[in-house]
Write a protein that binds this ligand. Sequence first.
Ligand SMILES: Cc1cc2nc3c(=O)[nH]c(=O)nc-3n(C[C@H](O)[C@H](O)[C@H](O)COP(=O)(O)OP(=O)(O)OC[C@H]3O[C@@H](n4cnc5c(N)ncnc54)[C@H](O)[C@@H]3O)c2cc1C
Length: 481
Amino acid sequence: MTAAASGLARRLGDILGADGVLTEAADCAPFLVDHLGRCRGRALAVALPRTVSEVSRLLALCETERIGVVPQAGNTSYCGGGIPDDSGRQLVLSLKRLNHIRALDAGNYSLVAEAGCILSQVQQAAEAAGRFFPLSIGSQGSCQIGGNLSTNAGGVNVLRYGMMRDLVLGLEVALPGGRVLEGLSTLRKDNTGYDIKSLFLGAEGTLGVITAASFKLFPQPQVRATALAALPDVRAAVTLLGELRAASGDRISSFELIPRAAIELTTRHIPGVTDPLPGGNEWSVLCELSSSRAAEPLDALLEEALAAALERGTVRDAVLTRSERERAALWKLRESIPEAQRHEGASLKHDISLPVVALPDFVARAAPWISANVPDGRLVAYGHVGDGNLHFNVSQLPGADRERFLARADGVRRAVHDLVREFGGSFSAEHGIGVLKVGELERYASPVELELMRAVKRAFDPHGIMNPGKVLRREAAAADA
Ligand SMILES: Cc1cc2nc3c(=O)[nH]c(=O)nc-3n(C[C@H](O)[C@H](O)[C@H](O)COP(=O)(O)OP(=O)(O)OC[C@H]3O[C@@H](n4cnc5c(N)ncnc54)[C@H](O)[C@@H]3O)c2cc1C
């Protein structure tokens, strides 16, 4: 360790205690690489505060010393936002010890959680009080609330409940320099000037460190009906979504597109996953209705709606789950697609969103392009199609040369993202910008948007110490942080 680094570690130790600072290479290693091994960095140290006051004092020190601070939560995100650069001059700030549920008010349908709480911990706390916290994503056993807020996470319940932004009532944030924004309101209505909290949601740690948040809770769903329906094409998925919304009085909470390729990958690579609808159908959707009214006959409703869709030809085949075990098996199929893709080999990933009605035409243009231009890959386009979000991924074919396949990434990304723009969509639906999509943001955001984003960054973080180089390229004045 250099003299400067050991001096900093000592001063951090004064704030955080000896066990609050990691400097040994082996201790720091897990914090320096993302879960896909795509982004790696080095750091001066890893800080593990336990309280807001410690975070605030740490930020004051780092601003004085112009040290870049990289907040890290569960380290499950896809764009490298929580990993330091390779200068070795940044500090990783892990929130994992700031992990208490501070309050739960069942009557007010609200909960206050610290940033380091694991998402499933928050879901369970709500459930124990007879309430429902609807954010649900495949990484919920390890991602943390601070990361969910900072990426504005989406997941499988967005159709009914919205993204993380829609669930937040207030935030507590430690700002560069050490001031603390104390905004843990549980009010539903509060039109008192600019909505400052909103700026931190999806900011990926570039404006401040979220230390806690207050959330809306909902009535616990009492009944669910879940089915897998096989479809002729993506247009049928959009039609079926409309039909189910109308037939169920909008009881639909999830609507996930699953292509044949994903069923083949999961049944091949994930133990216990089976194909519930063998027959070679190109597309399926996992649809789920839910209600907090126990007497609601959702199974009958879904069965009827799917039978009608079968007659009209929207649906080719369908299976309804009859037990929690069958439901879990269907969700396992859906949730294990990313893992199955990893086992298959390399992937080119695109987290895109489009107006729902544009999805069929987009896929009709993009899929043939992939077949013609990526001979060593196979399209695996799946996702939260109920809210227009497709993980438009391409998996390496077995036996293909990994490096040659990965060398196509830039060309494929450009073709896919340009087409997304032509259809009025977004190149980043729920995974954010991090370090990997900074160039994409510069390409697709308007000059006015970029100018305003840079102005916001300067207003909150004039010395550029917060997660430098993420979301926006560093400005010359902040280049040393
Ligand atoms: C199997 C799997 C399934 C997934 N499914 C989904 C899905 O359906 N929907 C979805 O949206 N995402 C999904 N993801 C991506 C990922 O889980 C989410 O982006 C999640 O919200 C990231 O949380 P995290 O705790 O891992 O954050 P991290 O990866 O640690 O950090 C993410 C960003 O937030 C910043 N940050 C972290 N904590 C704070 C804080 N306290 N204050 C300020 N900034 C902070 C970091 O600097 C970084 O920029 C999935 C990932 C996996 C592995």
